[in-house]
Design a protein around this ligand. Structure first.
Ligand code: MN
Length: 423
């Protein structure tokens, strides 16, 4: 199943007139509209290989049919999303779920679809078949050196797979921690983790980055070894210049001010990666922007400010969608997430940073709030649609997906019973 450029532009014909009217209307209001549109048109976010099938809950999993059952098909699915949006030009792989049997062939397929290989993800939160030592009591933090070495070795292998595909970064997320007080010595666990990470870091190629993800709880419910951004930052600064903190929106306690964390990390040049999702209660992995679009906008406001005012040389963060799907078609869900991310980004680009700074210096709190909320309340959908027009993508990706009956075609091609590997 492959969508051609001409299929998409033909579908756009019926939508173009109405779109142009809306975009021209915005042009009257927004002076630098084309500049903002170009920034949105250049934006890409990586799709993780595990988000293309139905995600499970601990109670059940409900498939969609036509799910990709190997890496080649996963790339094809992202190819469909990328053709429709021209904003999904990267894939993030998870080893061992996506071990490339033939890296050359996989790389060629990705190239033809315009997809790059973003961060590689290791997995030491499950035991694999034929694995010598168990991660039941931790991996990089484990009390037994043999277990730690096995986990270090796995991360080195993940780097090797990434090298073969042209990836340039490794994301380490650890489920390590304890379920009961006294189970684990905090300092020993953190120190073991640091020493293990040092070995992985030493193996990292010079032009690679390492992202350290944190999470306050789950799967361990008393303590997580890397529980918050401070611990991640602590480890990354001890490792060296190639190590950074990764922020996952769902990995915070309720009501945490994530935009402030973003600002603080960027001030120190330490924000390396970003995982998008949304949540009502915990790490719910819901569609981006489904619950708290204003929070997402405030986060993007800090990102835009941080990239413009960047004395610590924070790199452009590695963007990735990290959501899970059980009741929506995963491809439609990812399209919705991309739309929410670009919506927040476009609104943040509308913020008049100079006026905001002036109002802040005058302590004009009312005006500060108005500047932010005027940007947030602007309908930026014509900007996103115009960005897609510029890229020969779809004016309305979900409508195109449905009009072309893509899910049905995938089911015809792959069958109803297929299951994507992953969570
Ligand atoms: Mn994540």
């Amino acid at each position: 199943m492959k969508l051609s450029k001409s299929d998409i532009t033909r579908h756009n014909d019926s939508l173009f007139k109405n779109h142009k009217k809306k975009y021209d209307f915005l042009k009257v209001e927004i002076e630098n509209l084309d500049e903002i549109t170009n920034q949105i048109a250049a934006y890409n976010v990586a799709v993780p290989s595990w988000a293309l099938g139905a995600g499970g809950t601990r109670f059940g999993r409900f498939g969609f049919g036509g799910e990709p059952s190997n890496l080649f098909e996963k790339l094809s699915d992202i190819g469909i999303i990328h053709a429709l949006t021209k904003s999904a030009g990267a894939i993030s792989l998870h080893i061992p779920w996506d071990i490339p049997e033939n890296p050359g062939e996989i790389k060629k397929h990705a190239e033809q679809l315009g997809i790059l290989f973003d961060a590689m993800n290791s997995n030491t939160f499950q035991d694999q078949e034929n694995q010598k030592y168990s991660y039941k009591y931790g991996s990089l933090c484990h009390v037994d050196k043999d277990v730690r070495q096995q986990a270090v070795q796995h991360n080195k292998e993940v780097i090797d797979y990434g090298k073969a595909l042209g990836s340039k970064s490794l994301t380490v997320w650890l489920a390590d921690g304890s379920n009961f007080p006294g189970q684990l010595n905090f300092r020993r666990a953190l120190n073991n983790t640091l020493e293990s990470l040092r070995e992985i870091y030493a193996y990292l190629p010079d032009d690679w980055k390492m992202f350290i993800e944190y999470k306050p709880y789950e799967p361990n419910f008393y303590s997580m070894v890397i529980q918050d951004w401070g611990t991640s930052h602590f480890l990354a600064s001890k490792l060296g210049k190639k190590a950074f903190t990764l922020v996952d929106l769902g990995h915070h306690l309720p009501n945490t001010n994530i935009e402030q964390i973003v600002a603080t990390l960027m001030m120190d040049g330490m924000l390396g990666g970003f995982h998008f999702n949304d949540s009502k209660y915990g790490d719910d992995d819901l569609t981006v922007g489904a619950i708290k679009p204003y929070q997402l906008f405030l986060i993007f406001n800090e990102l835009v400010y941080g990239m413009k005012n960047n004395p610590a040389n924070n790199p452009v963060p590695a963007w990735m969608i990290d959501a899970s799907h059980n009741v929506k078609d995963p491809l439609e869900d990812i399209i919705q997430s991309i739309n929410a991310i670009e919506t927040a980004y476009a609104k943040a680009l509308l913020v008049d940073q100079e006026a905001l700074q002036e109002a802040q210096m005058r302590n004009d709190v009312v005006h500060c709030q108005n500047i932010l909320q005027n940007a947030f309340n602007t309908d930026v959908q014509p900007i996103l649609a115009q960005a897609r027009v510029l890229n020969n993508a779809s004016i309305n990706p979900i409508a195109t997906f449905r009009d072309f009956d893509i899910r049905k075609k995938l089911i015809d091609e792959r069958g109803v019973e297929t299951t994507a590997t992953g969570l």
